[in-house]
Design a binder for this molecule. Structure first.
Ligand SMILES: CC(C)(COP(=O)(O)OP(=O)(O)OC[C@H]1O[C@@H](n2cnc3c(N)ncnc32)[C@H](O)[C@@H]1OP(=O)(O)O)[C@@H](O)C(=O)NCCC(=O)NCCS
Length: 203
């Protein structure tokens, strides 16, 4: 990825596609936060299968930051397994990783990227806003079924829209969810959405 002339972090640290030999330190970084219940645990087999999707920042021979974009539909992806080694937190690496993946999402013509997180302030600084979980039903079909916290999940759903046109009128996840959610629940979601995001969508 091209170094930014204005961002010192981007000049110092490169976000690159992960390789198989990143797996040991990538795995231990994700495991560190998974053991605290902050990230979903991933097996070595999962890493091997999805390693090409991971983006990493390396320093001193190990992965110090990682994130992955997981595509659910042609227009929606989840940003997940975002982690920065504790010793490097607050240096701008998290922002650097998210911005790199948002750029990839734009290149892939996505409308929206979402995340489930406790780090809501961090995501707010990157332009993500809270959303109703009903907008992201795909998530429940996959990871949530295997998650130890599926009955008591307290993570917040946040999303970032990537195109001005995508936020005019009902947001894309609403229409993509058609046929998945009962019509009445969709209508309730639409009303809540308009109440919450009305100002943003009208701009
Ligand atoms: C969330 C996380 C990735 C942030 O990475 P980071 O490298 O420390 O964040 P950055 O240094 O890039 O911070 C970017 C901005 O967010 C702010 N920020 C970062 N963490 C924050 C927090 N916990 N609360 C409030 N603001 C925060 C920074 O102050 C900075 O603001 P600024 O650009 O206005 O100066 C990192 O704290 C982490 O690995 N957390 C544990 C795993 C996790 O929660 N992952 C998210 C799951 S989806």
């Amino acid at each position: 990825m091209t170094p930014s002339p204005v961002c010192p972090v981007a000049n110092r640290y490169r976000v690159r596609r992960a390789r198989q030999d990143d797996i040991p330190s990538l795995g231990s970084l994700v495991r560190f936060y998974a053991e605290q219940g902050i990230l979903l645990p991933r097996t070595e087999e999962e890493f091997r299968e999805t390693i090409r999707d991971f983006r990493v920042i390396r320093s001193e021979g190990r992965v110090i930051g990682c994130a992955v974009l997981h595509f659910y539909t042609a227009k929606v992806a989840e940003l997940r397994s975002l982690a920065v080694l504790p010793a490097h937190r607050g240096e701008g690496l998290g922002r650097h990783l998210v911005e790199a993946l948002l750029e990839e999402a734009r290149v892939s013509d996505l409308d929206m990227v979402f995340a489930l997180t406790y780090a809501t302030e961090f995501f707010a600084r990157l332009g993500f806003v809270p959303i109703d979980r009903e907008w992201i039903p795909w998530k429940a079909w996959k990871d949530c079924l295997a998650c130890p916290k599926r009955e008591c999940c307290d993570e917040i759903a946040v999303a970032r829209w990537l195109k001005p046109t995508a936020v005019c009128g009902p947001p894309p996840p609403f229409s993509l969810a058609a046929g998945v959610l009962p019509v009445l629940r969709q209508e309730a979601t639409r009303r809540k959405t308009t109440a919450y995001f009305g100002d943003i969508f009208q701009k």
